[in-house]
Ligand binder design. Sequence first.
Ligand code: EPU
Length: 432
Amino acid sequence: MEKLVIEGGQRLQGTIRASGAKNAALPIMIATLLAPGEHRLTNLPELADVSSTLSLLGRMGCPSLVGDSTKIDTTRIAFNEAPYDVVRKMRASVLVLGPMLARQGEARVSLPGGCAIGVRPIDQHLKGLEALGAKFELKGGYIHGTAGRLRGADITLDFPTVGGTENIIMAAVLAEGTTHLRNAAREPEVVDLCNFLTTLGAQIEGAGTDVITIEGVTRLTPASRPYPICPDRIETGTWLCAAAITGGDIEITDTDPAQLTDVLTKLQEAGCTITTSGTSIRCQGPETLRPFELTTEPYPGFPTDMQAQLMVLATLANGESTVTEKIFENRFMHVPELCRMGARIDAQGNVATIEGVPTLTGAAVMASDLRASAALVLAGLSAQGLTEVLRIYHLDRGYEHLVDKLKGVGARIARISDAVREESVMLAALDA
Ligand code: EPU
């Protein structure tokens, strides 16, 4: 396996192009199942989760060809199943339930089980699909769903779940009649999915609000033009934090400032100077960061996927910050690792109190989820000395070309075998 080696203390400066959003790409790739034929997607990021989704589609009988414009052929579906070995690696696989029930009348999906950030049940997905007429039974760890033609329904979610909203929309677009989905998730990735479905002929209103209305149609057809995946707001936010934490100056291009309003406000509160123009955001980090309070919430509130990265800024602020996590029950795995780098954090339940320190010091650290790993990279960029970030397969799931992008703005970072222990070899890798 490999690890990242980072020598902290460089002031990062330059431009980074935002990649396509992982969390928009995954549901959109799965939504191609709804319309038999050849689909073309552009701005698809090169990520492990994208490859896993293409391989899942391949196992269902839908081949793909990766390129600047990736082709997915969903003419025939040979197997109605998302097997355990794929779902285990990538929970988003449960999103095949909606499209498969709508197109095939059957879907077998391994139950995802818990993951590092919490139990993550899918009760709201199932409740919505049942309201549309699907029936489910649990056998051997698999959810087996069957349905005749789905029928539109009035559905109110208990919580605005992102995946649940996406699954229900994908089922409802081919249902007979009208579906009103209330308390729906408003995340930009849900809007991107709805925009994509509209290019296939779906009739959807209210995407981006908490009531989405879907008028079912009898068939969908692939669009004649390639569909561009929206920019990744979480990747954008992560690189803005890299500027903030190194007192640097980074401009992110090809992004959408409107999707990051809350993150930008928080960065300003922390003392950063933020300038937006069109599709770019520039962040100039301050000499000393200021403390802040943040609470994660469904969009348009502060995103849980940026919580760990902001917490790293708080570790270096001149005072006490508090961070409250309200979306997932176990999303503080970065805390003990940051403490190993010298951070002073007291986490009680879902509230972390962070007393800023003047500097962090490099250490060997590891995390068990994607955003926690990103936080450790940020900590390493500012820390004194060498930081080794282990288990980087998490980062490969969500950050395209991470090493090249950070090197491009002046970071001392390299990817090497995790068997390497000698400091001299690590330093040589940074100079290569
Ligand atoms: N929940 C339920 N029942 C359900 C569905 C969700 O109780 O039926 C709970 C979950 O357990 C969790 C909360 O609701 O506590 C939020 O879950 P949600 O369904 O909104 O999240 P998701 O669809 O599983 C997506 C992203 C996550 C992101 C969350 C929240 C994808 C592929 N994943 O997950 O992204 O954190 O929305 O915004 O879109 C990441 O990129 O690192 C990541 C974890």
